[in-house]
Design a protein around this ligand. Sequence first.
Ligand SMILES: *[C@@H]1O[C@H](CO)[C@@H](O)[C@H](O)[C@H]1NC(C)=O
Ligand SMILES: *[C@@H]1O[C@H](CO)[C@@H](O)[C@H](O)[C@H]1NC(C)=O
Ligand SMILES: *[C@@H]1O[C@H](CO)[C@@H](O)[C@H](O)[C@H]1NC(C)=O
Ligand SMILES: *[C@@H]1O[C@H](CO)[C@@H](O)[C@H](O)[C@H]1NC(C)=O
Ligand SMILES: *[C@@H]1O[C@H](CO)[C@@H](O)[C@H](O)[C@H]1NC(C)=O
Length: 282
Amino acid sequence: MSQCVSLLTILLFIFCLSYSDAQMVPAVFVFGDSLVDVGNNNHLELSLAKADFPHNGLDFPRKKATGRFSNGKNAADFIAEKLGLPTSPPYLSLRSLSNNSNNAFTMGVSFASGGAGILNETNKLFRLYDLGARKFFVVGTGAIGCCPTQRNQNKTGECNHETNYWSSKYNEAVISLLKEIKAEIKEINYSFFDTYSVFLNFIEKPSLYGFTEVKAACCGLGNLNAQVPCLPISTYCTNRTDHVFWDLYHPTEATSRIIVDTIFSGSQQYAYPISVKQLISM
Ligand SMILES: *[C@@H]1O[C@H](CO)[C@@H](O)[C@H](O)[C@H]1NC(C)=O
Ligand SMILES: *[C@@H]1O[C@H](CO)[C@@H](O)[C@H](O)[C@H]1NC(C)=O
Ligand SMILES: *[C@@H]1O[C@H](CO)[C@@H](O)[C@H](O)[C@H]1NC(C)=O
Ligand SMILES: *[C@@H]1O[C@H](CO)[C@@H](O)[C@H](O)[C@H]1NC(C)=O
Ligand SMILES: *[C@@H]1O[C@H](CO)[C@@H](O)[C@H](O)[C@H]1NC(C)=O
């Protein structure tokens, strides 16, 4: 259970170092786990949390595995697209550049790493505020109890209610932490996105989103394709746009795209206390 929880935790912060009218968001700095990892773990020799082999990347422009835990792009790519920016490169890919790569840092960097979790020490936003960060976009966890690896543990393939309960508790705790931080540092603004409710919509009303399979993973083997991860020996579904889940933990490109479209739709429904559009336009 803890593996699924940590793999599905996303925290994403967008922050602005400076403004210009042309570019409301000059740089994106991404913090999170495999949901938004764009290749950091490729550089971790000893990590088992990797996606640098088939069938990952099957629908990526070059049809090759990139380190993203997806058939194609992930939420980090779609958020960058919406902002008119390139996807922020993996931190570990910049380390090997020349020392002029300090410049690269001002263009945005991704620290997202598959398998990452939350430690008290990493919650110190002051680590970012001192460097000029003023806008924070924080994405909550989804209905983790409904991911294929969790359903696989239930004879009738139901969601694990206890896991979902802890996911919603986590989201409540993040919201109150953000309120506390705002009370302390008034100059920041933030938007929290309720991924949990959006995910439940996919599961409860799949046809509204073009999904026909909300339980089984696309790529894997065994019950719900969740008994064996997405490995080169695994099979994968022919239609990746009608599946919510790519593998036993991760969403398909189609799911990430819909989530990011919802984030940027301007609707207040899933955003507290303001939407990402309002955050950007301030
Ligand atoms: C970058 O600078 C540090 C400190 O000056 C030096 O130790 C390191 O070798 C340099 N790295 C490269 C790739 O030039
Ligand atoms: C993290 O911080 C919370 C709130 O201050 C505290 O209750 C908890 O014990 C801390 N956990 C660890 C592992 O230090
Ligand atoms: C399967 O899920 C249902 C619905 O949540 C629950 O009542 C049942 O106890 C679960 N069974 C197992 C074996 O976990
Ligand atoms: C952003 O933060 C400032 C300073 O606390 C506040 O005055 C302003 O109302 C906030 N903006 C929004 C849209 O909440
Ligand atoms: C794949 O699924 C999508 C969404 O349900 C559907 O619109 C499309 O027609 C399907 N494609 C094929 C080739 O069946």
